[in-house]
Write a protein that binds this ligand. Structure first.
Ligand code: EPU
Length: 432
């Protein structure tokens, strides 16, 4: 892999970005849709698919299992008809957490699956205990040997179960919806997450014959049966609320007239509410958001507020880093409480080095005092979401910044520098 970095020229607090940006399709909606190909006798087609690292990695994983994956423009076609292997590639699976979603459909279809502990962003322990215990409930035997999990179904088919998630889990909910579709009987999943990406998966599967009840509620019932048949219809992936939300925060801090299009504002309710209450001038329509501001950030007098990350419709943990950055530019004290992951506030050390006033109380909680003038510097992008927050911080700051680990940002955002340049930002990409 060629290592790259971003070079960013700070706006020094001036709000000069102008123009329109189209929001991409949602990474975390597309990854489970891709996995669902394993439930189908024929090809599935997904539209609005961005060119990003995690989708490449998932394509490689499916291909290594025997599936065929092809792309025409923004449409991805996947046929998993000829998949015969249920051994998940160790090296690729360690690149992305979403590889864990493959385990359920493979186990349900073939009666066995072998996989490593999944990788992905380093934001906490990220255990897989819910997966293992619930597969056992459905009739699988679990063995761990030299870092690999071997799961085997004792009888020929997985059986339905009553599953209660100890904590709502996005990939857990998605995995067990799909696993239950190929199990024997009716599975009941309780304490599920309500994320739009889960609803999108249910819509996709239901439109293709699956019987799933309880969409949009914490209790989901799934009728097990045979493999599904897909028509030729393309399923358009929902817009990426995390990309949209990060750009909305960028526009609030650096935009004089920025319009984000192709989004779903209902998926961004909480962010719109907190920004509006803080004093950001936002105009919202169902599929676009406009920010019109002017002047300098220190004169904007955004009001400070507290944030507690939560499952949907609460404040998304994936927007925690950009909103913390926003709070460094708001007047007053804020508390940011990260409730989902215990390793997702370390990036704040770098914001402090840029001039932000942030005190870490413990692994889950920081206090931010603003507004602070930030200065550009060299930053190591720690993960995908905090990486984009660093780009936004670099644009807010005075002077130049270098953000290393561009590949982490490329895992989730297609051509981010192109989108920012179109708004007038000075950002480029260079080899390390
Ligand atoms: N958890 C367990 N045991 C498990 C599974 C989860 O204790 O077996 C805990 C986690 O440690 C965490 C909580 O449950 O404390 C919720 O985690 P969840 O399982 O919902 O996270 P995930 O499914 O692994 C997805 C997204 C993440 C996003 C989280 C929370 C995908 C592919 N990933 O992860 O997205 O942060 O939900 O919304 O959908 C990203 O895109 O950058 C990203 C990290």
């Amino acid at each position: 892999m060629v290592k790259e970095k971003f070079l960013v020229k700070g706006l020094g607090g001036k709000k000069t970005l102008r123009g329109g940006v189209r929001v991409q399709g949602a990474k975390n909606a597309i990854l489970p849709l891709m996995v669902s190909s394993l439930l189908f006798q024929n090809e599935i087609r997904i539209g609005n698919v961005p060119r990003i690292g995690d989708i490449e990695s998932m394509s490689e994983l499916l291909t290594s299992l025997g599936a065929t994956v092809s792309r025409k423009g923004e449409v991805l076609a996947i046929s998993a008809k000829s998949v015969r292997s249920s051994v998940i590639d160790d090296e690729i699976a360690k690149r992305l957490r979403a590889s864990i979603i493959l385990t359920g459909p493979l186990l349900a279809r073939f009666g066995h699956v072998v996989f490593p502990h999944p990788g992905g962003c380093v934001i906490g322990a990220r255990p897989i205990d819910f997966f293992l215990s619930n597969f056992e409930k459905m009739g699988a035997k679990v063995k761990e040997d030299s870092g690999l999990y071997h799961l085997e179904v004792a009888k020929t088919k997985l059986k339905a179960a009553e599953i209660f998630f100890h904590q709502p889990s996005v990939t857990g909910t998605e995995t067990f919806i799909m696993t239950a579709l190929l199990a024997e009987g009716r599975t009941v999943l309780e304490n599920c997450t309500l994320e739009p990406e889960v609803a999108n998966l249910i819509d996709f599967l239901s439109a293709r014959g699956a019987i799933i009840r309880g969409r949009g509620t914490p209790t989901i019932e799934v009728e097990g049966g045979e493999m599904l048949r897909s028509g030729s219809a393309v399923h358009e992936a929902i817009p990426d609320r995390i990309e949209a939300g990060s750009l909305l925060i960028l526009a609030s801090l650096c935009g004089s007239d920025v319009t984000l299009t192709d989004l779903r504002s209902t998926d961004l309710r909480i962010l719109i509410e907190v920004l509006r209450d803080s004093g950001v001038p936002i105009e919202v329509s169902p599929s676009s958001i406009k920010i019109s501001g002017n002047g300098q950030i220190p004169n904007s007098k955004f009001k400070a507020f507290n944030i507690k990350t939560h499952e949907f419709p609460g404040f998304p943990t994936d927007l925690q880093a950009p909103i913390t950055l926003f709070l460094t530019q708001a007047s007053g004290e804020s508390i940011v409480f990260e409730t989902i992951f215990e390793g997702r506030l370390h990036y704040t050390n770098d914001l402090v080095k840029m001039g932000a006033e942030i005190k870490m109380w413990d692994a889950h909680c920081v206090m931010v005092k603003g507004p602070s003038v930030l200065s550009g510097r060299e930053l190591e992008g720690p993960d995908l979401r905090a990486g984009l927050a660093f780009i936004i911080a670099a644009l807010v700051a005075e002077g130049n910044s270098v953000i290393h680990n561009a590949h982490l940002i490329d895992r989730g955002y297609e051509g981010i520098e192109g989108k920012l340049k179109a708004l007038g930002a000075e950002i480029s990409r260079a080899h390390e």
